[in-house]
Design a protein around this ligand. Structure first.
Ligand code: NAG
Ligand code: NAG
Ligand code: NAG
Ligand code: NAG
Length: 817
């Protein structure tokens, strides 16, 4: 069986892919380069007519011709490095018939026509005194229907020191006008038909220069049945280094293409290896709908085109070669999301962005008009929302949802909107750039006098189950479910959150209504399941420790309970992926200095159990991780990019104690203790987790939380923020079956049978914690250990069951914890 320790690769093999909280949120994989490149269109405004442009073009071209001459006369100073400037675009040839052969880059028709047009483009630039010395190479890369649309690329090489001066000459507007006038002026051609009626040009990333003459080009056409294709070397599980490949993907007119990646395994660094998909047959920055690297869950990445073509490009650096990708392309009928009228409904109904949870297509507008019966109102709950595009100053100008005059964009936790009357209009807009997964919305008619029958009505408009009230989680989004939760000091807090007078506690009468005020007697006849007080008495109550009720006559069940509490109130909703600062104050990030690495990097997680001790997983400290000196422990850390924040504290490790029975094949007894060089000082953001008693019961189905740092490594400064996810404790019998019998009693299973994007994992050694109510104390139920893959269906995550190693922890911390 293919067993993955949760730190990805064994220690000592370099480059860690430790954490793996999978979620809906993949935006962090995008490098920042696309946001930072702003086209500087210095001379031209949109409306000023072509005349102005033509004048400017001639002036600019004339000016630069003069400038060049001067330059040539000057002596060459130094050896100035040249940089490529790449442009790509398309134009329409009038009165020319499209023949299917033009789709195939190896056909005679393609070669003839592309050569003719290429010669004209080349000639235009090389005979211009302004452009000649910068022009490097150009090519006609594809044709498509529409009379004939011609797709082309051009590259210039410019000295770095000249770039600023040439900014206006090399602006897209000047080049467009120049090329257009050159191509229309010269009607003397072999075919006599090369008169473009319109011409569009975009700037393209420097890297795409390599595509102009790439021999790694393929055209793939999809018909009624899907087609599959793979990256080069896929059959050998390794793509070659230094590749630059492109796939021209085509479908029938009037259809949309959908690409689903069934395998996607690339290096984590998008500046080295990446796949980028464009909503046209050219690699224009403006048309990029997604740039991806790293590993993706099989099938989780799907992209959709707005028309019947896509360009996929694949670049690899000179090292770290992975498996690559396998993609399935399907042709879909054009999405119908415009002007849908949803009729008066009583029942709930869902609607989504087109093709959800695949990426929605670019250039899409949808309007939903919802109407309900008179007297009713409409509530729309957006349970998944990801319209991820760069937004400046909170203004949604690119892709957005608009409802009641407000625009929503970026990633949002669950939220609701309510109509004022019986109708509501919801609009969705996507531009022609970057797409994401979109939203899933559910609408329901409600009675304004009773907006949430049987549920708690949040101020935010959401309805949450009443059991979610006062559970320390902000389920409403505005925290309104966590207000007014505490009983007064002279009151007893019942298991069901009722408050009763303290004097009624243990009075022989069930005052709470759930018996919690009467589960109080300590006695001396014990079973294995009972909590044992230090004086030998037993408590016949489930999980009596730290529940704020003294159960032992010696009070030992309520000692050492300054743990598992968060000081602040989280402000976000469960289900969001990023943790809030201080939300999991016991989380530790362990950085390992590897042999060949320049500095230590996050490798495993751990949990604070006392001022001197941390608990983690044994498998983190094998081979290259045995030496305590190689590790640094970070406390109060939120983002891996903010190690220097003032609330972050770093400590050295004095001693690593791995479990004597740890088995590196089966991951049995995967537990370790780390003794700190010096004790930590607790703060709001640094606090211990409660260790459960040996008898503590974490029932099957209980929802618990895992935390860890994502492994997405990126160029840019994007935050590598602590991730959280909820998982359910699973049935051991079932788990053993699912894991082919490879589990032991020391392992606890958690996750979801259906797997999927919302079931996530934390990193090795990190915590699986569960909250006990009503006390609100969090307990360490498990330590992230292993699993098969990540978030796969029927493959839950495995955690070291802390209750089974509780006494080992006690003994090995010198009876301290
Ligand atoms: C194009 O640029 C490359 C370097 O990137 C250079 O080797 C080549 O000579 C140039 N070709 C022309 C025609 O300028
Ligand atoms: C490409 O995007 C830039 C920046 O968003 C915009 O100014 C420019 O007009 C776009 N180009 C075309 C041809 O649409
Ligand atoms: C709407 O979507 C939610 C979440 O996926 C699902 O639980 C619910 O059953 C769906 N409702 C309908 C009517 O499809
Ligand atoms: C676990 O599942 C088995 C059968 O699949 C069942 O017999 C057992 O009662 C379940 N245990 C719990 C605690 O739900």
């Amino acid at each position: 069986m293919d067993k993955d320790s949760r730190n990805g690769r064994p220690i000592g093999t370099g480059d860690e892919g430790q954490v793996f909280i999978m979620g809906t949120n993949n935006q962090s994989r995008r490098p920042d380069r696309r946001w930072t490149t702003k086209q500087t269109v210095s001379l031209v405004s949109v409306v000023s007519a072509i005349i102005v442009i033509i004048i400017l073009t001639s002036v600019a071209v004339w000016y630069f011709a003069g400038y060049l001459q001067e330059k040539a006369e000057e002596s060459h100073e130094g050896n100035d490095e040249k940089v490529p400037r790449v442009y790509t675009g398309y134009f329409k040839l009038k009165d020319m018939e499209f023949v299917p052969e033009l789709e195939s880059r190896s056909s005679m028709a393609f070669n003839q026509l592309s050569w003719e047009i290429h010669k004209k483009i080349k000639n235009a630039f090389t005979s211009s005194s302004a452009f000649a010395s910068y022009y490097n190479v150009s090519a006609v890369t594809a044709f498509s229907q529409g009379s004939v649309l011609v797709y082309y690329m051009v590259m210039f090489q410019v000295k770095k020191s000249d770039l600023e001066l040439l900014q206006s000459l090399l602006s897209v507007d000047i080049i467009r006008e120049f090329l257009m006038s050159e191509l229309t002026r010269d009607r003397m051609t072999n075919h006599g038909v090369f008169v473009p009626s319109s011409l569009t040009i975009y700037s393209s990333d420097e890297k795409t220069a390599l595509l102009i003459q790439s021999s790694c080009s393929k055209t793939i056409r999809v018909g009624s049945s899907p087609v599959q294709f793979t990256s080069p070397g896929f059959e050998n599980d390794q793509y070659p280094p230094n590749s630059e490949c492109q796939w021209f993907l085509r479908g029938s007119p009037g259809k949309q293409l959908q690409l689903n990646f069934q395998v996607f395994e690339l290096e984590d660094d998008c500046s080295q290896d990446f796949v980028e998909v464009f909503d046209m047959l050219i690699p224009a920055k403006n048309k990029s709908i997604s740039l991806e690297c790293g590993k993706q869950q099989p099938g989780s990445l799907s992209l959709t085109s707005s028309s019947n073509m896509l360009l996929l490009i694949f670049f690899t650096g000179n090292q770290h070669n992975f498996r690559g990708f396998k993609a399935k392309m399907t042709q879909l009928p054009a999405s119908k999301c415009g002007n849908v009228d949803l009729e008066a409904v009583e029942e709930e109904k869902n609607f989504t962005t087109p093709f959800f949870p695949s990426h929605y297509p670019p250039n899409t507008q949808c309007v939903w008009k919802i109407q309900v019966k008179a007297g009713k109102r409409i509530r729309v709950v957006f349970s998944r929302f990801e319209l991820e595009e760069p937004v400046e100053e909170d203004v949604c100008i690119k892709d957005y949802l608009e409802v009641l005059g407000t625009r929503y964009c970026a990633e949002q936790a669950i939220f609701a909107v309510r109509s004022v009357g019986q109708t509501l209009e919801v609009r969705f807009h996507s531009d022609d750039f970057l797409t994401s997964r979109g939203f899933l919305a559910e609408y329901v008619a409600f009675d304004p006098d009773n907006p949430c029958p049987g549920k708690f009505a949040c101020r935010s408009g959401l309805c949450v189950p009443t059991i979610r009230r006062c559970d320390t989680w902000n389920d409403c989004g505005d925290n309104s479910d966590e207000l007014d939760c505490n009983c007064r000091s002279n009151e007893f807090t019942c298991g069901n959150r009722n408050c009763i007078e303290s004097s009624k506690y243990c009075n022989g009468h069930d005052d709470c209504g759930d018996g919690s005020d009467e589960a109080c007697n300590a006695g001396s006849t014990c079973t294995d399941k009972d909590f044992k007080c230090l004086d030998g008495d037993c408590v016949k109550k489930i999980n009596p420790e730290c529940d704020n009720q003294p159960d032992c006559s010696d009070n030992t069940d309520e000692e050492n309970c300054d743990c598992g509490m968060r000081v602040y109130q989280p402000t976000r909703v469960v289900g969001g992926q990023d943790a809030e600062k201080g939300e999991f104050p016991w989380q530790v990030s362990l950085h390992l200095q590897e042999y060949h690495a320049s500095h230590p990097t996050h490798t495993c997680g751990a949990s604070i159990i006392s001022e001197r001790w941390l608990v983690s997983a044994s498998h983190c400290f094998q081979e290259g991780g045995k030496d305590p000196k190689l590790w640094k422990a970070y406390f109060g850390l939120h983002s891996q990019n903010a190690l220097d924040d003032e609330e972050v504290v770093r400590h050295d490790i004095k001693r690593i104690i791995t479990h004597g029975s740890y088995n590196s094949w089966t991951y049995d007894f995967d537990i370790a203790l780390l003794e700190l060089e010096s004790p930590i000082r607790y703060t709001y953001q640094i606090r211990p987790i409660c260790l459960p008693a040996m008898t503590h019961n974490f029932p099957v189905g209980k929802s618990c939380t895992i935390t860890g740092w994502g492994s997405t490594k990126e160029r840019g400064p994007a935050a590598r923020v602590l991730q959280k996810a909820d998982v359910n404790i699973m049935n051991d019998t079932l788990c053993k079956k699912l894991m082919d019998g490879d589990t032991t009693h020391r392992m606890l299973c958690a996750g979801f049978l259906e797997g999927g994007i919302d079931a996530c994992q934390g990193d090795s050694g990190g915590p699986l914690v569960c909250v006990e109510l009503p006390s609100g104390h969090w307990f360490l139920a498990g330590v992230v250990s292993w699993g098969e893959g990540c978030a796969r269906a029927n493959k839950p995550g495995l955690y070291t069951r802390v209750t089974t190693v509780r006494s080992w922890i006690y003994t090995n911390t010198d009876n301290e914890v």
